[in-house]
Design a protein around this ligand. Structure first.
Ligand code: KIV
Ligand code: ZN
Length: 518
């Protein structure tokens, strides 16, 4: 069936529910600050995501605020907040979602024998009562209520049917069956969805949803099987981030539906041409590099290395390419600008790449662009994106990088001579270290002491090819169990390292302020 035919039938519509900012964000190393969450939420909204699960408002003041801010600004998507089955949780979601044009409260409770006995220490009767109470209470705030059976895939059929029927009777309009521990296999998961479609008498009053974890690498396959069995909502995350091995990857499930509409005749609202941008933005934001051979968005996903494949590709691209690079937004990294390009050219390029930035940020960006153009002859789209990620939104940060001189090489001691502004006051230090990176990080510690923070990750990658490529550095710091990730980009790897560390430290200081008791 062609995509056009598939689109004509509304029963083929699959809702894309993105939980990058909730299930994704709660996994280790993926935490984001408010600005970062807003940037991702705007991107998801623009890309056509139907429902954005923006956080778990009861979890912390920061989570509540993020859901609330996202609820204020989104133009198209429904904004969703997660809650357990308690009144306090549901009230927190309801208050955070108050400004949203379209809002959904998502409430859940475990239903498997294992979870009820050991985690909840509740009888099935008490759980069933909680389902009814939670959904009824949530319906007092909005007509759009989702109920999830946590560990649903390991729940006994009769009890699951009872819970689902009760949730729908009390007003749930979406019923989600998570494979919380990534244990299911496709045939089994599809059979469970079909069983609910066949046995729950009021199932026609709700939409069934799939939510799969990737512990066995089956999240996308399970989600697709669930949809083929009757589910019409898929919960997923960009790059598949999420608890443990992650969730269903949005880009993979969406492209599976687009590419194989002959066997999976379903449509959704995602503009697939934005998938590459969404993946890159998220990976630079959380500092999680995508593996090179990852489906759809990995660096090698459209690379043809072997002679036989290249020969076939030249004769007819379809010999080895089942989808076009353009369909996922991958364009050849075009040579865009050089040292003679002016403000106008940079503005046009930003527009083409889909960025809107304020005047002050643009002036700073233009200066960085000119500095880069002095060092690097050819500037590509990816260079510009890295500069934006490094520059925009940092003007108000407490510590601002100023300058760095390094002594490195075999004849040590390796030394960092560094200046930065702390709350507007210039501080300069000269520090020795075991190598230049160690010296830089010690210099930053001397400028702004933070003895309780530990370096968890230091990662360098080249943004484009060539020895003059910009280096993109990611630094992750941990303090009191809280982690933050910073990024820096520059043609000089050591300057990028300093920028990335300072970015992480600024985030840590903001986090400390937010977690201080009133
Ligand atoms: O995996 C899971 O069970 C969840 C629920 C809270 C929906 O994320
Ligand atoms: Zn989950």
């Amino acid at each position: 069936m062609s995509q056009a035919q598939v689109k004509q039938d509304p029963t083929n519509q699959v809702i894309i529910f993105d939980t990058t900012l909730r299930d994704g964000e709660q996994s280790p190393g993926c935490s984001m600050n408010l600005d970062e969450k807003l940037r991702i939420a705007h991107l998801l909204d623009e890309m056509g995501v139907d429902v954005i699960e923006a956080g778990f408002p009861i979890a912390s003041q920061g989570d509540w605020e993020a859901v609330n801010e996202i609820a204020k600004v989104l133009k198209h998507a429904t904004v969703c907040g997660l809650s357990r089955a308690t009144k306090k949780d549901i009230e927190a979601s309801a208050s955070a979602l108050e400004p949203a044009e379209k809002k959904r409260i998502h409430t859940f409770i475990s239903t498997s024998p294992l979870h009820m006995k050991y985690k909840l220490q509740m009888t099935p009767e008490a759980v069933l009562e909680s389902v009814a109470e939670g959904v009824t209470f949530a319906r007092g705030f909005t007509d759009d209520v989702e109920w999830s059976a946590e560990d649903g895939s390991r729940t006994e059929a009769d009890f699951l049917c009872q819970c689902v029927e009760t949730a729908i009777k009390c007003g749930a309009t979406t019923i989600n069956i998570p494979d919380t521990v990534g244990y299911a296999v496709p045939e089994e998961y599809a059979a469970q969805i079909k069983m609910l479609m066949d046995r729950v008498p009021n199932i026609d009053k709700a939409r069934l949803s799939v939510h799969c974890h990737n512990d066995l690498g089956l999240a996308v396959a399970n989600s697709l099987a669930g949809v083929q069995a009757g589910a019409r909502q898929i919960e997923c995350t960009i790059n598949g981030i999420g608890e443990r091995a992650g969730n269903t990857a949005l880009e993979e499930i969406v492209m599976a539906m687009r590419t194989r509409s002959d066997v999976a005749p379903f449509h959704n609202n995602i503009q697939t041409e934005m998938l590459t941008r969404a993946s890159k933005t998220l990976s630079t934001t959380v500092g999680f590099n995508v593996q090179p051979n990852k489906a759809i968005v990995g660096a090698n996903a459209f690379a043809h290395e072997s002679g036989i494949h290249q020969d076939g590709m030249l004769k007819n691209a379809q010999t080895y390419e089942i989808m076009t690079p353009e369909s996922v937004g991958l364009t050849k990294s075009e040579l865009v600008l050089g040292k003679h390009s002016g403000r106008h050219a940079l503005k046009d390029k930003l527009k083409e790449l889909g960025y809107e930035i304020g005047d002050n940020a643009f002036q700073d960006l233009f200066k960085r662009f000119k500095d880069l153009a002095d060092k690097k002859k050819e500037i590509f789209d990816d260079d510009i994106i890295a500069l934006i990620d490094d520059e925009v939104g940092r003007g108000h940060e407490r510590i601002q990088f100023k300058s760095l001189q390094i002594v490195a090489g075999t004849n040590g001691p390796q030394t960092a001579d560094m200046c930065a502004f702390v709350d507007g006051e210039e501080k300069c230090v000269k520090v020795e270290g075991n190598g230049p990176v160690d010296a830089i990080f010690k210099a930053i510690r001397a400028i702004e002491p933070h003895p309780d923070a530990h370096l968890q990750l230091y990662q360098v990658s080249a943004i484009t090819g060539g020895t003059d490529a910009q280096a993109e550095v990611t630094v992750r710091l941990e303090e009191d169990g809280k982690t933050v990730t910073g990024q820096g980009a520059d043609a000089d790897t050591l300057v990028s390292s300093a920028r990335a560390y300072i970015h992480a430290l600024n985030k840590l200081m903001t986090k400390r302020l937010k977690s201080k008791p009133e």
